[in-house]
Design a protein around this ligand. Sequence first.
Ligand SMILES: C[S@@+](CC[C@H](N)C(=O)[O-])C[C@H]1O[C@@H](n2cnc3c(N)ncnc32)[C@H](O)[C@@H]1O
Length: 270
Amino acid sequence: MSSDDSFELLLEYMETELSFATSHYNDSYLDRRITARMRRTECETYGEYYEHVRSNPDEQRALLDSLSINVTGFFRNPEVWDGVRDVLRSLAGETDRIDIWSAACADGREPYSLSMIVHDEPQVDPSTVRILGTDISNEALQVAREGVYQESRTTSIGGELEYIDEYSQFIEYDSGENSYRVRDTIKQPVEFQRHDLINGDPKSGFDLVTCRNLFIYIDTEYKQSMLQTISESISQGGYLIIGKSETIPPEMKPVFSPVDNRNRIYQKQD
Ligand SMILES: C[S@@+](CC[C@H](N)C(=O)[O-])C[C@H]1O[C@@H](n2cnc3c(N)ncnc32)[C@H](O)[C@@H]1O
């Protein structure tokens, strides 16, 4: 069997037996993760790894864990948040109410960062802002609703929060637990809902949508339909922010004109 055939067989196995929707993700992403697991398990070929994973429940779990794409953080790519602040200032000058959708919000640190900026920015009245955080993962949403984040060897929550000078007004540090709890003022404008950007319906009336660091994993075919869903959800003149290493596919370029190229901020066209 060729290496390509074994790779395909492995993807089929992951889709049917491990219930991981490989078809939605791009092959190079899947390949990188699988190859890393092959190195760890000292398998030299896809075929050898396929046999190994089929007979080894621990490896099935390890493979699924390694594919987890829920990496996130408060104020991820801090420079982008200066751009977010600019967008919020211009929206505040134009409309009485600002609706924000943090799509694919993972464990909530992105929508809570939005809420913190809203509360930190003197030109924005927080009582006029609503933030919706959605994700496909119920587990991530559960953490998001709770709003408590554990500092660990690999995650410096305190470091992430440094973007805001006096973050302790927005989030409380518990030295006993070594964790951070989002304060009620910051939680108050934020609501969480499960939503699948590939199969779910569009929403409507949003002034700003952030959809960051999901497209990088997604197959081109689905990427365009996801952006279509997002575009229908944004009001005319509203804004879209994607991840720093992501791009708008050519077919969608007429819909989103760049406002801030470096920070991947776009405005929806008429
Ligand atoms: C890498 S995280 C990005 C989190 C955050 N936006 C950020 O940039 O830090 C990607 C998130 O996309 C979610 N996701 C994966 N497929 C999805 C889909 N079809 N619809 C909505 N969310 C999805 C995952 O559960 C994960 O929480």
